[in-house]
Design a protein around this ligand. Structure first.
Ligand code: ZN
Ligand code: ZN
Length: 390
């Protein structure tokens, strides 16, 4: 395949990606990962800072002129999943795997650094290797550590096995959903299984809630707005012949619209309390805000698309085929400054497996596409800012 990237740059990206893949680290534990990135940057002669927010890295590249700075971001963490790919460079850490492709993101940003060093961009560029995306708070910590100081626009992307390598998925508007979670405790009255009238069965209450809460989606949310409530855990009871006095449910609600998000945040406690009252029980509801929805605004999305069209045929640049309610903590950066987030087609040969599963893999040609797009978008956005005079 013509990757339109120097062979040696591509080979170094593949080698780094495989090295990271062999040695995955969980959120906030990316110490070796940080060292491996640092070694690669040192080999390029690129000055950088390590230890930001603990395990983050930042490198500032000069542009041809001083001016507004463009940031490019990769994430570095892996997941608590046992790898089942059988790849020769499979994870050597039991129960930990790069099952979301962040090894790919990390090495394509190193590749982009190489391209940017070879031919300086119009304005300064900041490269950010961020920890703990999967934990949902790595981006926030990097922002607190100053990652966005002096930055005007930020761009990033994610591998996607639903699209072939070479395709660039640039979407206006919502790209990812919000990721709020909830914990609801229903308190009834423990009792003998044969005497329900002298008890309040928390399992019955919780069961009603699990089915009733779906009406919040089907009857209270505009059908044109993607939204989901999932109860992922339900714990109750101690014995077959004892009525449970307490049931604890944990779950998540996802949406792409701030109004729907706010509505669900008020609907969950309302429904929990109503169901509890109906059954003489009590409900305690705790909501934990997650990442906001990731929304691509029109201006930066245009720049992202222009960069994609500069490196790929028009037929290979397309919007997301379906709404996505997965979360992405890049959304925290877009709460602060403008930017855009795309997806890179990364379908591997043969049968492919979903992200966050033990069989997940990417087509390594995506490393070349990602590096070229990151390099290109820094140039397109830099030129745009200079023309705007901001
Ligand atoms: Zn993930
Ligand atoms: Zn991811």
């Amino acid at each position: 395949m013509d990757r339109s990237i120097p062979d040696d740059v591509f080979c170094r990206m593949v080698a780094l990606r495989r090295d990271l893949h062999r040695h995955p680290e969980l959120s906030w534990q990316e110490h070796d990962t940080m060292q491996r990135i640092s070694t690669a940057l040192t080999a390029l002669g690129l000055e950088h800072r390590t230890g930001l927010a603990g395990t983050g890295i930042m490198a500032d590249l000069d542009g041809r002129a001083p001016g507004p700075r463009i940031a490019l971001r990769a994430d570095t963490d892996a997941l608590p999943i046992q790898e089942e790919t059988g790849l020769p460079f499979a994870s050597e850490v039991p129960g930990v795997m790069h099952a979301c492709g962040h090894d790919g993101h990390t090495s394509m940003l190193v590749g982009a650094a190489e391209l940017l060093l070879a031919d300086p961009p119009p304005t300064p560029v900041r490269l950010i290797w961020q920890p703990a995306e999967e934990a949902g708070d790595g981006a926030k910590a990097m922002i607190e550590a100053g990652a966005l100081d002096g930055v005007s626009l930020i761009f990033g992307g994610h591998v996607d096995r639903s699209y072939p390598p070479g395709e660039l998925i640039v979407t206006d508007g919502a790209v990812n959903g919000s990721t709020d979670t909830f914990r609801i405790t229903f308190t009834g009255q423990r009792g003998h299984a044969a005497r329900p009238h002298s008890a309040v069965d928390a399992i019955v209450v919780a069961s009603h809630f699990v089915t009733t809460v779906q009406a919040a989606i089907s009857r209270e949310v505009d059908p044109g707005q993607p939204a989901v409530v999932t109860v992922g855990q339900l714990r109750a009871g101690s014995a077959p012949n004892v009525i449970a006095g307490e049931a604890v449910l944990e779950g998540t609600f996802r949406t792409q619209h701030p109004d729907v998000r706010a509505h669900l945040a008020s609907a969950l406690p309302r429904i929990a309390e109503a169901v509890a009252q109906q059954h003489r029980a009590a409900a305690t509801v705790q909501l934990q805000p997650g990442t906001p929805p990731l929304i691509n605004e029109p201006g930066p999305t245009r720049l992202a698309r222009r960069a994609a069209l500069d490196i790929a045929d028009a037929s290979a640049v397309r919007p997301l085929a379906t709404a996505n309610l997965g979360g992405e903590d890049f959304a925290w950066y877009l709460e602060e400054i403008e930017g855009a987030y795309i997806r890179y087609g990364a379908q591997p040969p043969g049968k492919s497996f979903p992200a966050h599963s033990g069989g997940f893999d990417i087509h390594e040609d995506v490393l070349a596409v990602g590096a070229r797009w990151l390099d290109r978008v820094a140039r397109v956005a830099g030129d745009h800012l200079l023309a705007e005079g901001t």
